[in-house]
Design a protein. Sequence first.
Length: 102
Amino acid sequence: MKVSKIIRPVQLTTTGVGHFGEGGEAGVQDPLFRVVAGHPLDHAVEQATVLMCAVHKISDLAMVETDHLPTLLTAMHYLSGMAKALVQDANHGLMAPALRGE
């Protein structure tokens, strides 16, 4: 009797390279925020989408609420930076298996 090998799809995960925010001191290379490695990529991309939807809504609000523009711009900056870090990390997670020859 021949036993077949069960092939399971590889779970792609975040790698921890996505980051944003400058360090607090001049010359510090470490980012203020970094994506934690090991989370499923589909969840990371979903969260990036949620963040970018929030940025879009805040940008709509910023067009009419000019009294609060500095606060809204700061919120958009941080939320879009978080989304960028998630997408950057997801991209690296997608490319990592190919770079390893898998």
